[in-house]
Write a protein that binds this ligand. Structure first.
Ligand SMILES: NC(=O)c1ccc[n+]([C@@H]2O[C@H](COP(=O)([O-])OP(=O)(O)OC[C@H]3O[C@@H](n4cnc5c(N)ncnc54)[C@H](OP(=O)(O)O)[C@@H]3O)[C@@H](O)[C@H]2O)c1
Length: 214
């Protein structure tokens, strides 16, 4: 697929590397392409461009920017460039405040997630929450002693979720579909839980697994 990644940080770089590894075409979009010079030198097949150009390029988009900047990044991408496209939303609504005893602060509450806000403003986009509750070093084909980890996803568009599930499986995960966009109220806070062992014990290498009877 042609994948447009909005972002330049660890998540954007890791997922871009994963897409390239699995044979997809990638454009990364940033306000400051120079930031990606070192990464680009190691990944000559990737294109580095503006956020709008990356959004225009992708038939599948990835939103991988700071949560407080998510809406601004999508505005920079342009509503027309995101309309109709599946958008993997890896963002978390982390507030600009330090954690308390390892517990992050969010700027949303449990009655409204960041993804619902984005879905409301960019009604044409087909958001799928994914990749938000694991650190980026474990996003692509991770090896855990406990087996295949579970990626919790949600979103209003079934076709978009199928496309994103295919990518998740390609990246070595199993998918647990939690339903419509409102489920992001539960999936986004998994990031808070995931980060606690990191802040308390510097343990950042773990992932969630949903155990079922069958
Ligand atoms: N780090 C992880 O392991 C991890 C894991 C799961 C989920 N997440 C979530 O994934 C997202 C990306 O995380 P990250 O750690 O890779 O990067 P980050 O440091 O949270 O964010 C960097 C990105 O945010 C963009 N940005 C910052 N301020 C902006 C503004 N005012 N307007 C437009 N864009 C702005 C930057 O754009 P420019 O390139 O234009 O400067 C850059 O691409 C976050 O929402 C985070 O919560 C992170």
């Amino acid at each position: 697929m042609k994948v447009g990644i909005l972002g330049s940080g660890g998540v954007a770089q890791t997922l871009a590397s994963g897409f390239l590894l699995h044979g997809h075409e990638v454009t990364l979009g940033t306000r400051a392409p120079a930031k990606l010079a070192e990464w680009a030198a190691k990944h000559p097949k990737a294109i580095i461009d503006s956020v709008a150009k990356a959004a225009q390029f992708g038939e599948l988009l990835v939103l991988a920017v700071k949560g407080t900047a998510a809406a601004d990044a999508l505005r920079a991408a342009g509503a027309a460039n995101v309309a109709g496209k599946p958008v993997i939303d890896a963002t978390n609504p982390i507030a600009d405040a330090p954690p308390t005893n390892g517990v992050l602060k969010f700027f949303t509450d449990l009655d409204e997630s960041l993804m619902e806000r984005l879905q409301r403003e960019f009604g044409g986009a087909r958001f799928v929450k994914a990749f938000n509750s694991v650190g980026h070093p474990a996003m692509v084909n991770p090896q855990f002693k406990g087996g295949t980890p579970t990626m919790f996803i949600c979103g209003n568009d079934e076709t978009a979720k199928k496309i994103v599930s295919g990518i998740i499986v390609q990246f070595g995960w199993e998918t647990a579909d939690m339903g419509k966009a409102e489920a992001a109220r539960a999936i986004e806070p998994l990031c808070i839980l995931w980060c606690i062992p990191g802040f308390l014990h510097n343990d950042w290498m773990h992932a969630f697994k949903l155990l079922t009877k069958d």
